[in-house]
Design a protein around this ligand. Structure first.
Ligand SMILES: Cc1cc2nc3c(=O)[nH]c(=O)nc-3n(C[C@H](O)[C@H](O)[C@H](O)COP(=O)(O)OP(=O)(O)OC[C@H]3O[C@@H](n4cnc5c(N)ncnc54)[C@H](O)[C@@H]3O)c2cc1C
Length: 240
């Protein structure tokens, strides 16, 4: 079985994937900022919000959202959250500069540029920090771009948020019963309300939070454009 898995894994690498190298890893609290380089990263057509799949085992793939991708240099940066419980977190925690890996992508996932020039509110959790940083890079100093995160450890995550250009993001501690989402919703409504509710709202990360916020905000902000994308779900491994 494991010989077959290995063979299938190597077929996958040769047919659908490209190699790249990790050239730098920066520890940012519970996150790792990982720099990738490779010929396969050139001429990719990546746009902010697109995803990349990393081969973390023979037949295991995990999905990430690069915050930066330079098609000419063949360079991409992604930020991975470590305290997950599967091969993605294990790969990101252990990977070192000089190591090679296979990847697939980029592929469209969240069209961040669709928000255009108007007011934007972005909600996410630790897994959405890369997507948020990609959005911030589109409009670096724009005060009409606001971020709110639900986090296991808001103080620890602040280190990563500062390093990734998101120092002013609102940080709300996650509660077991989801009651913190009321404060998150109020924050999103307050910001969107400043533009007569006519904002672009991204909801990204944990399925439960995304679903709850989407249903409440669709009522409260009928004029907002709400784009939701689930990055993980309790009990389900390797969502794409
Ligand atoms: C489109 C897309 C883009 C993504 N972009 C990023 C990114 O840029 N950075 C990033 O870090 N992750 C990102 N993710 C999530 C990432 O792919 C992994 O799922 C996640 O990091 C956990 O991987 P894992 O292998 O450790 O756990 P998995 O093997 O996927 O899951 C194992 C178990 O851990 C639990 N679990 C999974 N994720 C979490 C979590 N965040 N918190 C608590 N429990 C969890 C689940 O209940 C699951 O049963 C993205 C996902 C998608 C679908």
């Amino acid at each position: 079985m494991s010989a077959l898995t290995k063979t299938l894994g190597s077929v996958l690498e040769k047919t659908l994937m490209a190699p790249a190298q990790v050239t730098a890893v920066t520890a940012l609290g519970g996150f790792r900022l990982i720099e990738l380089r490779g010929e396969g990263l050139k001429k990719s057509g990546w746009t902010p919000g697109d995803k990349l799949r990393v081969k973390t085992g023979d037949l295991e793939l995990r999905t990430y959202t690069p915050l930066l991708w330079d098609d000419k240099k063949g360079l991409a940066h992604l930020v991975a959250w470590l305290p997950g419980r599967g091969p993605g977190s294990a790969w990101a925690a252990a990977v070192k500069p000089g190591e090679s890996f296979f990847f697939k992508g980029p592929k469209e996932s969240l069209k961040l540029s669709k928000a255009g020039e108007g007011p934007v509110v972005f909600f996410g959790d630790e897994t959405a920090v890369g997507a948020a940083a990609a959005l911030r890079r589109l409009r670096p100093l724009d005060k009409d771009l606001r971020f709110v995160f639900e986090l296991d450890d808001p103080d620890e995550a602040h280190v990563a948020l500062i390093a990734l250009g998101l120092p002013d993001a609102a940080r709300v501690a996650k509660s077991e019963d989801g009651s913190h989402l009321k404060a998150v919703r109020k924050q999103i409504q307050a910001w969107a309300g400043e533009s007569q509710g006519n904002a672009y709202v991204f909801l990204v990360g944990n399925q439960e939070s995304v679903k709850t916020l989407k249903s409440k905000l669709s009522d409260k902000l009928p004029d907002a454009k709400i784009k939701a994308k689930v990055y993980w779900r309790e009990g389900k491994a390797g969502l794409d």
